[in-house]
Structure formats: structure tokens, C-alpha cells
Design a protein. Structure first.
Length: 168
């Protein structure tokens, strides 16, 4: 393959490399010893879940690159330089700031309140301007994740300011 062809199929090549990496990661997760004292998730649960998600996203990345009409574009158009997307990097920086604020707030406010604030800030930042929808999304999301992690998976999370309410 020449450079131009590589440029056109760049995402498919990267996706294939990530797919191989996800397989190696799965094998590594599979090598973690299983203890009879583990809960329902176990030590292998999170790494295997991450490997699975990476594999699915890699296959999607490959398929999108190979099936998209823009792959059929000429190799000459693949060489065209686009301006550096500063706006996207600024948006990513804001998302990083939201994550840092979440981590700082988590021990004091607790998991439920922190997740609700993170979800509200993120949805508003990404364009949802209806405050009712933002609040509904944040409250339902916080309750959903509390039920999933604390009640179903039995993962203890910081209770923070809701400690009296959540124990009852």
C-alpha cells in the first residue's frame, strides 16, 4: 500500500490494531485468578467489560471507515490539510474540567449528587437548553446509577450529604 491508500483507510487500520489490543486485553483479564470469595462481578468483570467495549467500538470504527462513502474519495483529497480544530479541543478541555470537578465533589457531596451535577452540566454544555429536561435527565441518571451500582452490583459508593437518607 502506498501512503495515499494508508491515509484513506487510516481509521480502519487503527481500528484493526485496537481490535487486536482488545483481544490481548481480554486474555490478560481472563488470566486474573478467580477467588471463591468474590462477589457477583469479580476481579475479571471490569477488565473484560472494557475489552468487550473496546472490541465493539473497534469493529464500529472499521465498518464506518470501510462502508462510508467518503472512503471512496480520491487519494488526492485525502492529502488536503484541514485547519486545526481548536474548538473541539476546547470542548474536550471543558469535559475534562467537568470530570475533575466531579472527582473533587464526590467525597463531600456523595455519588448520587455528584453524578446528577455531572450529568446536568454535561447535557447543558452539549446543547440541551430545556432546564426541565436537564434536571429530569440528571435525576433519573443519578437514581439509575445508584440502583445499578449500589443496590444491584453491591458496590459501596460515597454517600456524602445523603448518608442519612440512603441508609434508611
Amino acid at each position: 500500500m502506498d501512503r495515499r491508500t494508508l491515509a484513506v483507510y487510516r481509521d480502519a487500520i487503527v481500528g484493526a490494531a485496537l481490535l487486536v489490543f482488545s483481544g490481548v486485553y481480554w486474555l490478560g483479564a481472563n488470566a486474573i485468578r478467580v477467588s471463591p470469595l468474590e462477589g457477583s462481578v469479580g476481579a475479571q468483570g471490569l477488565p473484560k467489560g472494557l475489552a468487550y467495549v473496546l472490541a465493539v467500538l473497534s469493529v464500529y470504527m472499521i465498518a464506518r471507515n470501510l462502508l462510508a462513502p467518503d472512503v471512496r474519495r480520491s487519494a488526492e483529497s485525502a492529502k488536503e490539510k484541514k485547519p486545526f480544530p481548536w474548538r473541539q479541543h476546547i470542548r474536550a478541555l471543558w469535559m475534562l474540567i467537568f470530570g475533575a470537578c466531579y472527582l473533587l465533589l464526590l467525597p463531600r457531596a456523595g455519588y448520587v449528587v455528584s453524578v446528577m451535577l455531572l450529568m446536568a452540566a454535561t447535557s447543558y454544555f452539549l446543547g440541551v437548553r430545556n432546564i426541565g429536561k436537564v434536571v429530569l435527565f440528571a435525576v433519573l441518571g443519578g437514581v439509575f446509577f445508584y440502583i445499578l451500582f449500589v443496590l444491584i452490583l453491591k458496590i459501596p459508593l460515597p454517600e456524602g450529604m445523603l448518608s442519612g437518607i440512603l441508609r434508611d
